[in-house]
Design a protein around this ligand. Structure first.
Ligand code: SF4
Ligand code: SF4
Length: 288
């Protein structure tokens, strides 16, 4: 089962929820930090990192001794990553989406592949909880290919909890696509509601069941709660604004470790998600 923990807006407590659910469940869980631009789940889970791998994406390498400057490669590239200028073929590696189209159309076999570094994958564990994160190379603009690599490295036999990047664009889609459930973490403020609405639209396009965690639930107003009711989004957990929780967070401590009564609440959150996924599965099989 794959649960993606997302939020339209950054700073709502998405990592807190991901890490605490993983810690509450313990055995058989793998936490993937797909917020590859600013991974921080390791600061709270504190896994032992066992190995790291450099991740590359293929980009074209043109052999000018074979090239006839026919421009077929630049014509097919919809990302404008190739330009034929006089007797030169310019490759703009940062724009290349590694589709391989140019290599296929080159009539002279002048294009081969070389690698462009995307970043690093780090593998580790905290006791029985597996951990993988991706760290985007400084200056690299394209995070979805690295997010896909983090996901591809997951152990399918374990429950996968994904700490998704914030926002509603390509990186978060890469972290949600194919998940069994999207748990959206929000806060009851106008900004939280605005970004939640965008995130809900994205999740609905993907057709994934979703639910909400409302963090700092007793600040702000009731608009998020009203919206959830209107949209039939189940609120699966509320976390109050509690000075003790905030202090623990600022020291890099986790809720379920500092306040043991929360362990059961995060386990119950998982069981509620499991029940929604099971009910959806039954509804789909009945409809067939
Ligand atoms: S398609 Fe091949 S031969 Fe034609 S310009 Fe590109 S690299 Fe050169
Ligand atoms: S691999 Fe695809 S995206 Fe990259 S340069 Fe070739 S055609 Fe363009």
């Amino acid at each position: 089962m794959i649960i993606s923990v997302a939020s339209g807006k950054g700073g709502t407590g998405k990592t807190t929820v991901s890490v605490n659910m993983a810690l509450a469940l313990g055995t058989g869980v793998e936490l993937l930090d797909c917020d590859v631009e600013e991974p921080n789940a390791h600061l709270f889970l504190k896994p032992v990192i066992e190995r790291s791998e450099r991740v590359e994406t293929p980009v074209p390498l043109v052999d000018l001794t074979k090239c006839t400057f026919c421009r077929k490669c630049s014509a097919i590239c919809r990302f404008n990553a190739l330009a034929v200028v006089g007797e030169k073929v310019l490759v703009f590696q940062e724009l290349c989406h590694s589709c391989g189209g140019c290599m296929l159309v080159c009539p002279e076999g002048a294009i081969t592949e070389t690698g462009r570094e995307l970043g690093t994958l780090n593998f580790g564990a905290r006791e029985s909880i597996g951990f993988i994160n991706g760290q985007l190379r400084v200056g690299e603009a394209m995070s979805p290919p690295l997010i896909k690599q983090v996901r591809a490295a997951a152990d399918p036999k374990r429950l996968t909890i994904i700490d998704a990047p914030p926002g509603t664009s390509c990186p978060v889609i890469a972290a949600m696509n194919g998940a069994d459930f999207v748990l959206m973490v929000t806060e009851p403020t106008p900004f939280g509601l605005h970004d939640l609405k965008l995130a809900v639209e994205a999740v609905r396009l993907l057709g994934i069941p979703a639910g909400l965690v409302v963090n700092r639930a007793d600040i702000g107003d009731r608009e998020v709660f009203e919206y959830a009711k209107r949209e039939h989004l189940p609120i699966l957990l509320t976390i109050p604004f509690d000075r003790r929780i905030a202090q623990a967070y600022s020291r890099g401590k986790n809720i379920v470790e500092e306040f043991p009564e929360w362990r059961e609440r995060f386990v119950a959150l998982y069981h509620d998600i499991e029940a929604i996924i099971t009910a959806k599965g039954k509804a789909v099989s009945c409809a067939k």
